[in-house]
Design a protein around this ligand. Structure first.
Ligand code: FAD
Length: 481
């Protein structure tokens, strides 16, 4: 028996956007709440994920804009070449992280949640031992919430930190204070492309190696084509159907193998491996619980309950989509369930945003997904090439696409690819959550000149009344019962 023992209503392991929000809401509801994390408050998202990556992306964008004045000559802009002090960039990014994680600490404190810093080992569904700097604290709880998040997947022959630290994960690449001359990104998912693009814009020679036959394999070609074009335009090399087979540290070369078996070597001072993330659902005693699993994720129901009474799970540890805002929504939900409400997970959509260049927003069904589910749809698209705001931003690449049921025009999905379209995501999710039809979109007055007008134009096309563009495509299939 340890010296310190705490009794509580709810203990939450993990303080990412899932865990800390659950703790806040539980404490606000008057539950005796303990939150445990071995790292700084805020989890992956605030410390080594969403926030620092977007800060570096922004700095890179500003630097590239200033550095490539020759590309702005058609706007009448010319200027001298700027330099980058990446240690200062990194310090600016760290300042943002510190402000946000300090804010989480403060919020938890003022809500009255007990904060324990240390590694948690789950003894059973009611008991957790926490290895704190002051010794072991035992937490005895009525309810346990597992919010341990996820971890980056390693490639066995390219271990993180291997080859004298040359092999980087998304965590360690964000901790760099010096820019490498050459960087190879293995894996063209959103994390690899976001970070690779940023480093390219900071002047690094970047090659992306992807074993699939397209970048962002999760998205269809209509959405990825503008991104591919831009990657080429900024001088990034993308090798598709190619695997990373080995690294020669002395020569600073990564060997890659193409689909036809041909091998070649690419210069790589550093190798960033971004081949996916896996739920952190093993170790720390989690395995000793009688939990039903869904692959490597903890299976949950629509109230975030696991197969064990009194044990809940939220966020990345429960599997895809591994996104911060899903974790947060689950955190709020689980707190309400623990506080005694009858809330259930009833979201229609979880918006997805790629902060690539251009950005991609996807909310709800794509045409392919609707077709696969046998839903008869109408689809409208509108190119930013015909949008006044896109022209005035000097970024006419990309498009908006609206997918709706053909029988009643219920909007099932909207995808947008374009510069700075991420801010459109919430409004699109709202439309679908509220059951908007194409007519709701088209009859809403969209402000001019904005990128959002492309969505209204795409909806008009889908409804068969294009205003400024060609006729919409219509897919006719029987609607399932
Ligand atoms: P996490 O944020 O992973 O937090 C889990 C916490 O649990 C950690 O702090 C960890 O220390 C703690 N923990 C684990 N085990 C123990 C233990 N045994 N004892 C004590 N503490 C423990 N998502 C988006 O929605 N938008 C983005 O733009 C985005 N960008 C990303 C960029 C990068 C580079 C990365 C890596 C991820 C990004 N994500 C993004 C994903 C997002 O970060 C995750 O979906 C989100 O953080 C998941 O939240 P969570 O609460 O489930 O877990």
């Amino acid at each position: 028996m340890s010296a310190v023992e705490i009794h509580c209503d709810v203990a939450i392991v993990g303080s990412g956007p899932g865990g800390y929000v659950a703790a806040l809401r539980c404490a606000q509801a008057g539950l005796d709440t303990v939150i445990i994390d071995r790292g700084p408050w805020g989890g992956t998202c605030l410390n080594v994920g969403c926030i620092p990556s977007k800060a570096i992306i922004h700095a890179a964008e500003r630097f590239a804009g200033a550095a490539n004045a020759d590309e702005l000559s058609h706007l009448g802009i010319a200027g001298s070449t700027p330099t980058i002090d990446f240690a200062a960039t990194s310090a600016w990014k760290d300042g943002i992280v510190a402000r946000l994680t300090g804010g989480v600490d403060q919020l938890l404190r003022s809500a009255g949640a007990t904060q324990l810093r240390g590694t948690a080992t789950i003894v059973d569904g009611k008991t957790i031992q926490v290895d704190t700097a002051e010794g072991i604290t035992t937490v005895v709880t009525r309810n346990l919430v597992i919010a341990t998040g996820s971890e980056p997947v390693e490639i066995p022959h390219l271990p993180f930190g291997g080859f004298g630290g040359a092999v980087l994960s998304s965590t360690t690449v964000l901790a760099l204070t010096e820019l490498p001359r050459t960087l190879v990104v293995v894996g063209a998912g959103y994390i690899g492309l976001e970070l690779g693009t940023a480093f390219r814009k900071l002047g690094v020679q970047v090659t992306v190696v992807e074993m699939a036959d397209s970048i962002l394999p999760h998205y269809d070609r209509v959405l990825t084509a503008p991104v591919s074009k831009r990657l080429a335009a900024i001088g990034m090399t993308v090798l598709l159907d190619t695997t990373a087979s080995g690294y020669d540290h002395a020569a600073r070369q990564l060997t890659v193998t193409a689909a036809d078996g041909a091998s070649s070597a690419i210069e790589a001072d550093r190798v960033l491996v971004t081949v996916g993330r896996r739920p952190l659902s093993t170790g720390f005693g989690i395995d000793s619980l009688e939990l039903t699993m869904n692959g490597s994720a903890i299976a949950i129901d629509d109230r975030c309950r696991t197969s064990m009474t009194g044990v809940f799970a939220i966020g990345d540890v429960t599997g895809e989509p591994m996104l911060a805002h899903r974790a947060t929504a689950q955190g709020e939900l689980v707190a309400e369930v623990l506080a005694g409400t009858l809330r259930r997970w009833d979201k229609q959509v979880i918006p997805e945003v790629c902060f690539t260049d251009p950005e991609i927003v996807s909310v709800g069904y794509s045409p392919d997904q609707a077709e696969a589910d046998g839903i008869d749809t109408v689809v409208g698209t509108f190119q930013f090439a015909a949008n006044g705001r896109a022209m005035s931003l000097d970024r006419t690449d990309g498009l908006a696409r609206v997918v709706a049921r053909s029988d009643n025009h219920l909007v099932l999905g909207v995808q947008v690819v374009g510069a700075a379209v991420s801010e459109l995501a919430a409004g699109l999710a709202l439309a679908i959550e509220m059951g908007a039809t194409l007519e709701d979109l088209t009859e809403t007055v969209h402000p001019h000149p904005t990128l959002s007008e492309a969505i209204a134009e795409a909806a008009l096309q889908a409804a068969g009344h294009p205003l400024h563009g060609p006729k919409a495509r219509s897919i006719r299939r029987p609607i399932p019962d």
